[in-house]
Design a binder for this molecule. Structure first.
Ligand code: APR
Ligand code: PHB
Length: 394
């Protein structure tokens, strides 16, 4: 592909945020270019979460990327919480006035968006590495990047950093203009993919004295499971049998239920972090998705927040493009941060209620159990969880 030199919106990063933004802009006739440092197979195979809120499904459909999602996505009307040998179901439609979520892997969302974009979309360059962004406070911010062994520049009206937590776009903003709020957790998730039908129709979030565990799925034949492990755990130090034994112990329930085992096809350890960078815009550089905020995966909010950011941003660019009015763009950061902080709180709540902090006291553990009992016995407490899980309208 020819390396473009000029565009209206330059987008760094082809994760869900960058790809969906490019799709929405292209549909509305706003010129844009996406630069992605990795190659296509890497981006399409990177394992991430897989729960979509209705609003995320709606925007994917509107972007034209809803076809396979509609066919293969699994609608979920609830989740199970598990603790002290018991389970409690959170019934989403009942508690939220009819809402539900969809299980459809982020890898599939990314594949669908890339396919559309390459078929009929704005330029998307793989193995194009942004090395820096200059002129954030001018009318033509510029992305410096390398592509096919050469240093190049892309001059833009606006630059959007969809380049994840370690991205370069945010470095275009003076450090003194940004505040980062952060929490690092003293544990990680050990995630596996296994060729075995999911042992439950619904996701199970398990609290146990041995640590948290999550049962999720990718399809009717592939399970996705997670174990809380200490930071720095080597995923290859565990045998398959040790992983299944530990999952068994953490999902133990006083009922006739068995966790089905199967060949483990992928394993990885990911650290947990909460982080928000404010503001999400400075001059003509805007941040979206993981570039601006990170949530621990316990609330399944990362992808949904990224989709919400770029929905707001695309609308703002389209308004500017069609009417010349930049007020929605001016409000971008404030509009997004309300939702971001709600999701940060929920993700922190789910994480701290369900995990065993290595430093926690017996008192802390009893508080967790009391909170879980409260959710099981109070429709109000359950509704608070359900509303947040399916996505709060903000
Ligand atoms: N130049 C070009 N591309 C870059 C650069 C760079 N200098 N730095 C990073 N990238 C690319 C990465 O390779 C990656 O493909 O930016 C992309 C960022 O994508 P994601 O990390 O998927 O972030 P985002 O699109 O915001 O999606 C958020 O991903 O991490 C999950 O839980 C998170 O589900 C949420 C979603
Ligand atoms: C997943 O399926 O990968 C998944 C599901 C729910 C979560 C996190 C991850 O909260």
């Amino acid at each position: 592909m020819n390396a473009p030199k000029r565009t209206t919106v330059g987008i760094v990063g082809a994760g869900p945020a960058g790809l969906l933004l490019a799709r929405l802009l292209h549909q509305a006739g706003v010129d844009c270019v996406v630069l992605e440092t990795r190659d296509r197979p890497y981006v399409e195979q990177r394992q991430r979460a897989g729960v979509l809120e209705q609003s995320t499904v709606d925007v994917l459909r509107a972007s034209g990327a809803g076809e396979r999602l509609e066919r293969e996505g699994l609608p979920h009307d609830g989740i199970e919480l598990s603790w002290s040998g018991r389970r409690h179901r959170i019934d989403f439609p009942k508690l939220t006035g009819g809402k539900r979520v969809w299980v459809y892997a982020q890898t599939e969302v990314v594949k669908d968006l890339i396919k559309l974009q390459l078929a009929d979309g704005a330029p998307l360059l793989f193995q194009a590495t942004a090395t820096g962004v200059t002129g954030a406070d001018t009318a033509s911010p510029t992305i410096h990047y390398t592509y096919e062994g050469e240093d190049r520049t892309l001059t833009c009206d606006y630059v959007v950093g969809c380049d994840g937590y370690h991205g370069v776009a945010r470095q275009a903003i003076p450090e003194s203009a940004l505040t980062t709020y952060e929490r690092v957790y003293p544990f990680s998730w050990f995630g596996i993919l296994a060729d075995v039908p999911p042992s439950s129709d619904e996701l199970i979030y398990a609290h146990s004295p041995r640590g948290f565990a999550l049962l999720s799925m990718r399809s009717h034949t592939v399970s996705r499971l997670y174990l809380q492990v200490p930071n720095g755990t080597d995923p290859n130090a565990w045998t398959d049998e040790q992983i299944w034994d530990e999952l068994d112990a953490r999902f133990a329930v006083d009922a006739d239920w068995k966790l089905q085992r199967g060949p483990i096809t992928q394993r990885a350890v990911l650290p947990l972090r909460s982080s928000v960078t404010e503001p999400m815009r400075w001059g003509r550089v805007l941040l979206a998705g993981d570039a601006a905020h990170i949530v621990p995966p316990t609330g399944a909010k990362g992808l949904n927040l990224a989709a919400a950011d770029v929905t707001v941003l695309a609308r703002a660019f389209i308004e500017l493009h069609t009417t010349g009015d930049d007020s929605a763009l001016a409000a971008y950061s404030d509009t997004c941060l309300r939702r971001v902080w709600r999701a940060e709180h929920f993700s922190y709540f789910m994480t701290s209620t369900l995990h065993s902090d290595p430093d926690q006291t017996a008192f802390d553990a009893r508080l967790q159990l009391s909170q879980l009992d409260r959710i099981a016995s109070s429709p109000h407490a359950a509704a608070e969880l359900a509303e947040n899980y399916v996505g709060v309208a903000l």
